[in-house]
Design a protein around this ligand. Structure first.
Ligand code: DGJ
Length: 700
């Protein structure tokens, strides 16, 4: 059991890390250590018991594991509640600890309010092989009177004492997601959040923190240095608050966003937060990413080790203009090129000719598919391909049968305008009747057709967040909606376990570890221009493994980028094609077939291997990424050059992840050399502007 109870408290150990907490002399639950695993249990520092200083109470100076709002304490608290009598602070003290062995070893620390019948359990689960600790909390109201929870975060993660850290996070927008940002953390609070009901294109609930260069160990890099990293597994409103106190303490709190949030916890009820997973890597940002990738593949994804098929999706080719004949024409061409999965996107269902109508009416449009979807699916299957379909079940167009029947099913305030975006409104997925209706509709679609892949889209954010007739506090909407989403998707997954789901929200608006318990893939961005995509993919790879990253070759960039470049970019993930194949020349389709054939030979390495980012496309016009199989027997190197002004000498690439003592050969490069040599002496790949290369690496 990697959880140790000692007279100083508890120590959670993973393969390479240690995390310690304990009670201090004042009885507060205090963070003691997080970092490289120490040789002896006695090495872990004792819980600090700071003395009060000036305007600051001892509590203000204590690095508590989960501070509530109480005492003379002004650091960001994790918990804020109002009791039925109007008291607005919460005094939690240690009650008991318990070790559990569930999916992974778990420590539960039970805290109890000193006056009110209110309990909180801090859960710590140890994912030993991945150097990750999972934290979440459960609140329980043991009394008769309701308690209003106004903030309940999943965790506060403490960095080792110090105030010179740097935060790396991701920012973006629709069509331009996942840009890496690095900034110093200074005294005060840095907040990142979503208030959109989705994870959002703009920020992601992920952080990576390294030390600033003034400290002895220096900054972390891609392959070396201390990095503390974490995520929130939640697909709705979230908040990350990175706080540096005036007393050299740095901590990151993460959880459900408290903005416009309240939860009425009735007598006898409990509330559980989503999980936050966090870890420490001594192998820099790359080491942090690989730990997350392995964990996501091994422990979260429904089909984490299945090899994804080469997909064709018609969206960018035909948009809403789909029908049996034109889809079959595309399917025939896709099959000839080696496509294995044909996905029909938006436009197939009742009344859907453009984005003004149809959402909510999930049956085939009678004009476009007079005989239903069966003839198309049968033809696709006869071509040797699987069939997949696009849906957007959380949405409704006012111009739809569903809205005409149930105008009250959308999120709205009765006295306010129902603001439309893309001509659509959001169904209130917090309502069980709405959930049941959608489960029935989509279940029927899946039961009646041979559909093995579903792209679940969500194309707007929430406004006027009203819930007339809400059973509890109407501000529970933000959380109950996501719980409803998980329930609907979970029920469908359970009934159709073989289906592979993709999470899309106008591209990468819903990319998080919560949704990856349901979906195997993420549609990373609506921007499929390959040079932009390189940058987006780099950001995405900080968190997510390549098998979750669906990447299509479309017609974007076709006038200035070779087809090879466009394929190479998409071959770094789960390859798909989305170009208008009817308009492609025979020569293009023949070349595409060759790239698809090559991808099929290397995809097990890309999708399931270790990812090493050798040179950043966000930072350099000449970039490279490498994948290595888990047994280190084979690898693939991709290199890309966008525009570099002449004269240019391209820098060497230093491979990573090979067995230093084994011998390897690399396609198109002379000689057999040791892994050590390829990693230390480097190699060169010569490219002109807008050229790219793929090189297979083989152990000999
Ligand atoms: C947004 C998605 O990101 C696109 O790929 C496409 O499915 C459209 N929606 C369809 O409306």
């Amino acid at each position: 059991m990697p959880i140790h109870a000692t007279d100083q408290g508890w120590i959670l150990e993973t393969s390479a890390t240690g995390y310690a907490l304990g009670l201090n002399q004042a009885g507060l639950l205090v963070h003691r250590y997080w970092g490289l695993r120490l040789p002896d249990l006695a090495d872990y520092p004792a819980a600090a018991s700071p003395a009060p200083w000036g305007f600051n109470s001892a509590a203000q100076l204590t690095p508590e594991e989960y501070p509530g709002y109480e005492d003379i304490k002004f650091i960001a608290p994790c918990l804020k509640v109002t009791f039925a009598d109007g008291v607005r602070d919460v005094v939690l003290r240690f009650d008991s600890a318990e070790l559990r062995e569930t999916d992974a070893p778990e420590l539960c620390i039970h805290l109890r309010d000193t006056v009110y019948p209110f309990r909180l359990t801090l859960h710590y689960r140890v994912h030993e092989a991945y150097d990750l600790v999972e934290r979440w909390v459960t609140a329980a109201n043991d009394g008769d009177m309701p308690v209003t929870i106004e903030r309940i975060w999943s965790a506060q993660w403490h960095l080792p004492p110090g105030d010179s850290y740097r935060l790396t996070h991701l920012t973006g927008r629709h069509m331009d997601e996942m840009h890496l940002r690095r900034e110093p953390l200074v005294q005060g609070v840095k907040v990142l959040e979503s208030r959109r009901m989705t994870t959002s294109h703009h920020h992601n609930p992920w952080f990576a923190i390294d030390r600033a260069p003034s400290t002895s160990s220096g900054r972390a890099a891609e392959d070396a240095g201390d990095v503390w990293f974490g995520v929130l597994a939640w697909s709705g409103n979230w908040k990350l608050s990175a706080e540096v106190t005036d007393f050299g303490s740095t901590r990151v709190s993460i959880g459900i966003n408290d903005w416009d949030f309240a939860w009425r916890l009735g007598g006898g009820e409990t509330f559980s937060t989503p999980s936050s997973y966090a870890g420490y890597s001594a192998e820099g940002f790359g080491g942090a990413s690989r730990r997350l990738h392995d964990f996501i593949r091994d422990s979260l994804l429904p089909h984490g080790h299945a090899i994804h098929k080469v997909l064709y999706n018609s969206w960018e080719a035909t948009e809403f203009d789909v029908d049996e004949r034109s889809q079959i024409a595309l399917a025939e061409l896709a099959a000839k090129m080696g496509g294995e999965l044909f996905v029909m996107d938006d436009g197939w269902f009742h009344g859907r000719d453009d984005d003004t109508a149809g959402l909510g009416d999930w049956w085939p449009d009678e004009r476009k598919f007079p005989n239903g979807l069966a003839p198309l699916i049968e033809r696709v299957n006869a071509l040797g391909m699987d069939f997949g379909l696009w849906i957007e079940p959380e949405m409704v167009n006012p111009n739809s049968e569903l809205y005409r029947a149930h105008p009250d099913w959308v999120i709205h305030f009765p006295t306010r305008t129902r603001t439309e975006a893309r001509n659509q409104l959001v169904l209130n997925f917090a309502r069980p009747d709405v959930q049941d209706y959608i489960i029935d509709q989509i279940d029927r679609l899946l039961a009646e057709h041979n559909i093995v892949f579903v792209k679940w889209d969500m194309n707007r954010n929430v406004s006027e967040p009203g819930w007339p007739g809400a059973p509890g506090d109407p501000r529970e909407l933000w959380v109950r909606y996501v719980q409803g989403l998980y329930r609907v998707w979970g029920a469908l997954r359970e009934r159709h376990p073989h289906v592979v789901w993709q999470s899309c929200s106008g591209g990468g608006g819903r990319a998080d570890l919560g949704i990856l318990r349901l979906a195997d893939q993420i549609w990373v961005s609506d921007n499929t221009e390959p040079t932009a995509r390189l940058a987006i993919q780099e950001g995405f790879s900080q968190i997510f493994p390549a098998n979750t990253m669906e990447a299509w070759v479309t017609d974007m960039g076709a006038d200035y980028l070779p087809l090879a470049f466009r394929f190479h970019v998409s071959m770094c993930g789960s390859l798909g094609v989305g170009g208008h194949l009817v308009r492609w020349s025979d020569a293009m389709r023949a070349e595409a077939a060759q790239w698809i054939a090559l991808y099929k030979e290397i995809r097990h390495v890309v999708q399931l291997g270790d990812c090493y980012r050798l040179r950043s496309p966000q930072a350099h016009p000449f970039s490279a990424v490498q994948y290595v199989s888990k047994d280190r027997a084979e690898g693939v190197l991709f290199a890309f050059r966008t525009h570099l002004p002449p004269p240019t000498q391209l820098p060497a690439l230093y491979l990573r992840g090979l067995d230093p003592n084994a011998s390897y050969e690399i396609e198109e490069l002379p000689g057999v050399r040791s892994g050590q040599a390829w990693m230390q002496a480097g190699l060169s790949v010569e490219l002109n502007d807008f050229e790219s290369a793929v090189r297979r690496i083989r152990r000999v």
